[in-house]
Design a protein around this ligand. Structure first.
Ligand code: C2E
Ligand code: CA
Ligand code: CA
Length: 425
């Protein structure tokens, strides 16, 4: 219902402006209480008239530069540029509240709306459209809970703030650790490369899984710092192995970083610094998660690929739009999600599906990696299907990157490393 694309585009424009000018702006989610009732009680036509009327009221109480978007049955999203202080926004909110204080007519039906607002400010409460809208919504919930007509966004949870600070600190002071998990070449029987996985031991929370802290970093401005860390931590360990074993180093990229400027340059600079070839690096991305600005993200990925960086579609088989996206995606590799691999040994249908994915990928010139291989039978089945690579506890658990490097450096070149459990085990 919400015209999210237009809204997000308008916010993105403001982000660019404000970032350049060190400025600030506001996103308001405004709910008109009573609006939905009109439609329910008097019909949709009356409801629409009331909605039009509400929109006019909003527009009349805003500046020409402000923008209104429909955001739901009874709500609007407003973008207010150049709000230097909370006070300026408060002023705008007050005008809106006032505008709804007089009774009005929707066609022939008299009604009385009531404005409720949640407010988020750039950059204080978020630095992109997604965060700003969500935080404005959360602020609206807050206002409703408290029975107020408006609320500014307040981080809900003190705990979250603490985690946020601690994680930022861990990234800044390089206290995250890189783990490497081997990727096994099923046809040539050797280690083909590694996937780099982040590990965090928090003083307060102990071992925190990346499955938990990565989404957390994504919601905040920490994701850029995390990405920079992942790139450098991986390449630092990759450097001593460069060239020698033809290993590839896969780095996980949060889909959101591809709609931020400078990611290609950042990776290229780091490759330069560590003396690692672009062709030794694979960027792993979950395809269905490329939601904001899909076209831009795909262009950035294509630029990486043009420079020789491999592009892997991560977690394939978990999303809805996988097949549709495949055509557009500038990928070189496809990683089949471990949920499919886990089932294929005991479920014929899943095994058939995996086989079909392997064949389809090869037709599209994609190499295929099976994730989450936990036993010999699955490994054998995959090898028979012609799957190129496999990864999983059966072939090697993630281990501190330094340990992997030390072990590997000691091997003769070209490497003939045995997997922990070989075919004849
Ligand atoms: P992923 O990219 O799908 O990574 C594979 C995950 O599966 C890893 O979990 C790995 O430890 C686990 N795994 C590997 N083999 C097996 C197996 O045989 N069985 C089972 N059950 N699991 C296996 P991990 O390390 O907890 O990472 C979780 C996710 O966090 C990753 O999923 C990746 O999306 C994300 N992640 C990890 N490190 C980074 C990072 O540095 N940056 C970003 N943006 N994301 C990261
Ligand atoms: Ca991955
Ligand atoms: Ca995966």
């Amino acid at each position: 219902m919400m015209n999210r694309e237009a809204l997000f585009a308008a916010i993105q424009t403001q982000v660019e402006w404000a970032a350049a000018e060190a400025g600030s702006f506001a996103v308001i989610i405004l709910r008109v209480r009573g609006l939905r009732d009109i439609a329910l009680r008097f019909g949709y036509a009356q409801g629409e008239l009331a909605e039009d009327r509400a929109r006019v009221l909003i527009e009349q109480s805003m500046r020409p530069m402000d923008q209104v978007f429909r955001a739901g049955d009874d709500s609007f999203a407003l973008v207010l540029p150049q709000m230097r202080h909370q006070n300026h926004t408060l002023l705008a909110a007050t005008r809106l509240i006032r505008a709804f204080e007089l009774p009005m007519n929707a066609g022939t039906t008299p009604w009385h709306g009531h404005a409720l607002m949640g407010i988020a400010l750039y950059p204080h409460d978020g630095i992109d459209a997604d965060a700003l809208c969500r935080h404005a919504e959360m602020a609206l919930d807050d206002a409703l809970r408290r029975g107020d007509q408006y609320a500014f966004y307040q981080p809900q949870d003190k705990q979250v703030e603490i985690v946020h600070e601690e994680l930022r600190d861990a990234i800044d002071t390089n206290r995250l650790r890189a783990y490497f998990q081997p990727v096994w070449d099923l046809q040539r029987h050797r280690v083909a490369g590694v996937e780099s996985l982040a590990r965090w031991t928090s003083e307060q929370h102990g071992e925190v899984s990346p499955a938990n802290f990565v989404p957390f970093a994504e919601q905040s401005d920490l994701i850029s710092a995390l990405t920079r860390w992942s790139i450098n931590a991986t390449l630092r360990h990759a450097a001593p192995l460069r060239g020698a074993h033809e290993l590839t180093f896969a780095i996980n990229f949060s889909p959101r970083v591809f709609s931020k400027p400078g990611i290609v340059e950042q990776l290229m600079d780091a490759l330069d610094i560590w003396g690692v070839a672009p062709t030794s690096v694979i960027a792993e991305v979950t395809e269905t998660a490329l939601v904001n600005d899909l076209e831009l993200s795909l262009r950035v990925l294509a630029r990486l690929r043009d420079r020789g960086v491999g592009i892997a579609i991560d977690d394939f088989g978990t999303g809805y739009a996988s097949i549709a996206y495949l055509r557009k995606f500038p990928a070189t590799e496809l990683k089949i999600d471990q949920s499919l691999i886990a089932d294929m040994r005991d479920d014929m249908q899943t095994a058939k599906l995996v086989r079909a994915i392997v064949n389809m990928s090869h037709h599209m010139d994609l190499t295929v990696v099976a994730e989450g291989v936990e036993d010999q039978a699955t490994q054998k089945l995959l090898a028979e299907m012609g799957c190129d690579y496999a990864q999983g506890y059966h072939l090697g658990r993630p281990e501190p990157a330094a340990d992997f490097v030390a072990r590997f450096k000691a091997l003769p070149i070209p490497s003939a490393a045995e997997p922990p459990a070989s075919d004849d085990a």
